[in-house]
Design a protein around this ligand. Structure first.
Ligand code: HEM
Length: 131
């Protein structure tokens, strides 16, 4: 279930990137992607007490890699909002290069978050958790 929702968010991210030439369509899709992804992280924390389990330091190392990549991805979302807002105000702004480079990083990071989801492809499931 979590993998299906996470995959749908990756699909939304890719749809949003494909709409990058049209701010009217690109911006709402990107904001929906970011809000859904943050809601997913919140849901995982509430339903699985993820932070407490991670803080125990007893999980598989792959799960800590997953958490690290996911944290970088959220920082990428923040940078996308900051640079995207500047681009909306001034389409000729040199910040476009940063927005573009950050977009490549966010897409790669988000695909890596999906690939390292516990119990999916690479990282084993957390005992007693849904994936
Ligand atoms: C993870 C989220 C995001 C990704 C991956 C992303 C990706 C991109 C990419 C690849 C471009 C094309 C840049 C170029 O080559 O010129 C672009 C353009 C743009 N993005 Fe984003 N973006 C994201 C979020 C946002 C957000 C949140 C906003 C606004 C608040 C935004 C506003 C814009 C604007 C205004 C443009 C310029 C469109 C144009 O050419 O007129 N983006 N984005």
């Amino acid at each position: 279930m979590l993998v299906a929702v996470s995959s749908a968010i990756v699909a939304l991210l890719l749809i949003g990137v494909s709409l990058r030439r049209s701010p009217k369509r690109h911006v709402p899709v990107m904001l929906a992607t970011i809000v859904s992804d943050l809601a997913l992280v919140g849901w995982i924390e509430i339903s699985a007490r993820a932070v407490e389990k991670a803080a125990s330091g007893t999980l598989h190392w792959g799960i800590y890699v997953h958490i690290g990549i996911a944290t970088l991805c959220i920082l990428g979302y923040v940078l996308a909002i900051v640079t995207g807002t500047k681009l909306l105000r001034d389409p000729a702004s040199p910040v476009r290069r940063i927005h573009r480079a950050n977009a490549i990083a966010v897409v790669l990071l988000r695909l890596s978050v999906l690939a390292t989801t516990p119990g999916f492809l690479i990282v084993p499931a957390i005992p007693g958790s849904a994936s």
